[in-house]
Design a binder for this molecule. Structure first.
Ligand SMILES: [Zn+2]
Length: 381
C-alpha cells in the first residue's frame, strides 16, 4: 500500500490504533491482523475474504500497539505469554465524526517475534440485511420465503467457514420477524454475531453449563415458534433440533457441509433416522461467496485500482444451491442412498453451485479465476 511507514512519526499509539481500525472498517474488513514480522508490525485487513496489507508499523511501536488493543479489550497487558481473548464496543475514531459503535473481538497470541493480535469485526452491514440483497437468484429467494412461511420445519444453511451462511441465516430470521410479527422468535448462538431487535438472543457457552443441547431443551419450554440454532455440532443437539421440528417448531440452523447432498448425509451420519429427517427437512441452502469484479477497473488492460485496493475485486455475492425433499429425494434418502446418488437426484431440482457461478461469469459479475478459487475447476463436460 502507498503510505507504508507513514505511521513512523505518529507516536500517539491510541490514535494510531484507532486509525488502523477505522481504515480497516472503511474498507469493510472482517478482521484486522497485527502481526509482528522482522521489519515491524504488519497490519493487514481481511477484505472480501482475502488479506490485504494496510500498513507496516515500525518495530519500536509494535509492543505498544498490541498493548493498546489489549487495554481496549480489557485483557491482561502484563501477560504476554498466553493467548487471550476479549471483546469491546468500539465507538469509532474520535477524529472522524461519523463513527458508529461496532462490536469487536480481540484475540492475542504469543509468537517468537512478540504478540500478534487479530481483531474480528462484527459488522452490521446494512446492505446484507434482506434476502433480496445477498446475491441469491430470485427463484431461490422465493423458495426460502415459502419455507419461512411454514409453521414448522427444518431449514439448514450450509457451507464451509466464511461462506456467508450465517449472514443468510440472519437475513432469514429478520424476514420471519418482519413478515410474521405474531411469531415468537428465539436464537441460540455462539457467538452472537449481530444484535437483532425484537428477537430474544441467547449466547451459548459450549464448554460450560449452557451448551447447545441443554439450552435447546430448556428453550422449548419458553413457548418458542421459530428458533435459530447457531450450529448443529453433535448427535444430541441434532436429535433435540429434529424433535423440535417434529413437534411443530420452525428450526433454522447451519452445517459445515459442502452441498445439499453432503448436508443430508451428514445428518443421517449423526444418527438422525431417515424417516424423521425426510419428514422435517424443508430446505437446504448450500452456498459460497464469490468476489465481484471491480467495476472501476474491469475494462482496463491490467486489473486493480484504488477502489479495489489493487485486487481487481470489490464486494462479494452469494452463490447457492437449494434443495427440497420431494418424492424422489425422499425415496432415495429412505433407501440410504450415497451422497453422489443423492447429488445427481437433487441436481434435477435446479442448477448446482457451479452452474449458478458460471452464469455469474457470463453476466460479468465475477470471473472464472474466482470461481475456480472458490469452487474448484469446472469439470470438463
Ligand atoms: Zn478496481
Amino acid at each position: 500500500m502507498g503510505n507504508r511507514q507513514s505511521g513512523a512519526q505518529n507516536h500517539d499509539v491510541t490514535g494510531l490504533v484507532n486509525q488502523m481500525l477505522s481504515r480497516g472498517l472503511a474498507a469493510r474488513a472482517t478482521d484486522v491482523h497485527f502481526e509482528p514480522i522482522d521489519d515491524g508490525l504488519l497490519v493487514r485487513a481481511r477484505i472480501d475474504g482475502q488479506l490485504v496489507d494496510l500498513e507496516l508499523l515500525p518495530t519500536n511501536l509494535s509492543e505498544n500497539v498490541v498493548s493498546r488493543l489489549k487495554v481496549m479489550a480489557s485483557l491482561l497487558t502484563y501477560r504476554v505469554d498466553i493467548p487471550q481473548e476479549g471483546s469491546l464496543v468500539w465507538q469509532g475514531d474520535s477524529a472522524e465524526p461519523a463513527g458508529h459503535p461496532v462490536d469487536l473481538r480481540v484475540a492475542t497470541f504469543p509468537t517468537i517475534r512478540g504478540e500478534r493480535a487479530v481483531v474480528r469485526v462484527f459488522h452490521v452491514s446494512s446492505e446484507l440485511r434482506s434476502l433480496d440483497t445477498l446475491g441469491l437468484h430470485p427463484e431461490q429467494v422465493s423458495l426460502i420465503r415459502f419455507a419461512l412461511a411454514q409453521p414448522a420445519g427444518f431449514i439448514v444453511a450450509s457451507g464451509p467457514a466464511g461462506s456467508g451462511k450465517t449472514t443468510t441465516l440472519y437475513a432469514m430470521i429478520r424476514e420471519v420477524r418482519d413478515q410474521f410479527a405474531g411469531r415468537s422468535v428465539l436464537t441460540l448462538e455462539d457467538p452472537v454475531e449481530q444484535r437483532l431487535d425484537r428477537i430474544t438472543q441467547i449466547q451459548i457457552n459450549p464448554h460450560g453449563e449452557l451448551g447447545y443441547e441443554r439450552c435447546m431443551r430448556s428453550l422449548l419450554r419458553q413457548d418458542p415458534q421459530v428458533i435459530l440454532l447457531g450450529e448443529v455440532r453433535d448427535r444430541q443437539t441434532a436429535a433435540v433440533a429434529i424433535e423440535a421440528a417434529l413437534t411443530g417448531h420452525l428450526i433454522l440452523t447451519t452445517a459445515h457441509s459442502g452441498d445439499p447432498a453432503d448436508t443430508i448425509v451428514r445428518f443421517l451420519e449423526m444418527g438422525i433416522p431417515a424417516y424423521q429427517l425426510t419428514s422435517v427437512l424443508t430446505l437446504v441452502c448450500s452456498q459460497r461467496l464469490l468476489r465481484k469484479t471491480c467495476l472501476e477497473c474491469s475494462g482496463a488492460s491490467s486489473r486493480g485500482c484504488e477502489a479495489c485496493l489493487g485486487t481487481g475485486y470489490a464486494g462479494r455475492t452469494a452463490v447457492a444451491q437449494l434443495a427440497q425433499i420431494d418424492e424422489q429425494a425422499r425415496t432415495l434418502i429412505l433407501r440410504c442412498a450415497t451422497a453422489s446418488e443423492l447429488r445427481r437426484e437433487l441436481k434435477r431440482q435446479g442448477p448446482d453451485m457451479i452452474d449458478r457461478a458460471m452464469t455469474l461469469v457470463t453476466s460479468g459479475t465475477t470471473d472464472e479465476c474466482e470461481v475456480a478459487r472458490v469452487l474448484g475447476q469446472r469439470p470438463s463436460a
